[in-house]
Write a protein that binds this ligand. Structure first.
Ligand code: NAD
Length: 335
């Protein structure tokens, strides 16, 4: 690995294995109080992803400086981060698709891919600033933004109104973490907010898009669950309960509306390199109890990899698939 040009698009694993990059990256991680071993699950991700993963702790200049140091003081031209994203041209041409949580992470990658594949995207998120920044990053795309909290009826009404009469598909992606608390430590506030955002929001928005889909006799809905929908060892009490509920929401609607031409499926991501925040005061006991299980995760995915799974189910390629929970986790759930 000594002669490869190291850039922000080079994988963390290749950086670590490089005679030049390895010591530099280890030094940077050590300066932040971490160890190279902690990077094991993210070896396959581009170096640039460290910025998102650090949740604001690492500035862009840290990655830029590292790349400069590895290349005699200059930043070499690099391929796009994560390589060229595959798209199926025109797969969503003429379709209107609603995406929640579209300002960040998996929702943003999904909304972006849908727009590149020809959809008119109704992109919605509680963060008006990040949503506007996303839409501005794709000036030629057909993106309508609706800033709002998916737990409020007012926002749900605004989202459906923005879509107009036609709604071909819906991706319920917005979600929040819990504090890893075991049941006995879970506060009412934590429970209520996690259930509201992760379950009640998708329920109410799905209910609101049904009339348009039933009139058309067609529609595809994808809910984002989690590894925490498949096992009890991925997150805390509130989040695990909420994501198991997402599976129930998915299967019930799939059975009820399958005969009417609708498909309702879920994707269960394992670890994904997004900036999804944790609330303050994460449970010490919960963190310690879950740590060993998290160590079995085969690796962390990019948001674009999740968008590939979500858009597959949203698209007509998923024609015979209804009521499934598709694990998109690099094989974690098979263990
Ligand atoms: P993220 O924080 O990057 O994106 C989530 C987005 O949802 C944010 O832009 C946030 O502003 C928005 N949001 C939060 N509350 C909202 C509300 N009340 N109304 C409207 N928008 C709201 O997180 P992400 O990692 O991209 O997560 C997306 C989904 O994937 C979530 O449902 C999450 O539970 C799930 N998931 C994530 C991971 C992971 O490792 N990142 C793993 C499994 C499942």
């Amino acid at each position: 690995m000594t002669d490869e040009v190291l850039t922000a698009a080079t994988s963390i694993g290749d950086w670590l294995d490089s005679d030049v990059g390895g010591p530099l990256l280890r030094g940077l991680i050590a300066a932040g109080g971490g160890t190279a071993e902690s990077l094991a699950p993210v070896r396959g991700l581009p170096l640039q992803q460290l910025i998102v993963l650090s949740q604001g702790a690492m500035p862009q200049t840290a990655v830029d400086d590292l790349v400069r140091q590895a290349n005699g003081g200059v930043i070499p031209q690099s391929e796009s981060i994560g390589g060229a994203e595959p798209t199926s041209a025109g797969r969503f041409a003429g379709k209107t698709v609603i995406v929640t949580g579209a300002a960040s992470g998996i929702g943003r990658a999904t909304a972006g891919r849908l727009a590149r594949e020809g959809a008119r995207v109704i992109a919605t998120d509680i963060s008006a600033d990040r949503l506007a920044e996303f839409a501005a990053s794709m000036p030629d795309a057909d993106i309508v933004t609706v800033a709002g909290d998916v737990t409020t009826q007012e926002s749900i009404d605004a989202i459906v109104a923005a879509a107009g009469g036609r709604i071909d598909a819906l991706a319920n992606v917005a979600g929040i973490n819990d504090d890893f608390s075991p049941l006995g430590e879970t506060s009412d506030a934590m429970w209520d907010r996690v259930i509201a955002v992760n379950v009640t929001g998708p329920f109410k928005l799905t209910r609101a898009v049904l009339p348009a889909m039933l009139t058309a006799g067609a529609g595809s809905i994808v809910n984002v669950a989690s590894e925490a929908a498949l096992r009890g060892s991925a997150s805390g009490n509130a989040y695990t309960t909420s994501k198991h509920a997402v599976v129930g929401l998915t299967k019930s609607a799939a059975v009820m509306y399958g005969p009417k031409g609708l498909r309702v499926n879920a994707v269960a991501p394992g670890g994904v390199a997004t900036g999804i925040p944790f609330p303050p005061n994460v449970s010490e006991y919960g963190q310690q109890r879950l740590g060993a299980f998290h160590g079995t995760m085969p690796g962390v995915a990019t948001p674009e990899q999740l968008a590939a799974s979500i858009t597959f189910l949203l698209s007509d390629d998923g024609v015979n698939i209804n009521g499934v929970v598709l694990a998109s986790d690099g094989g974690w759930s098979a263990q």
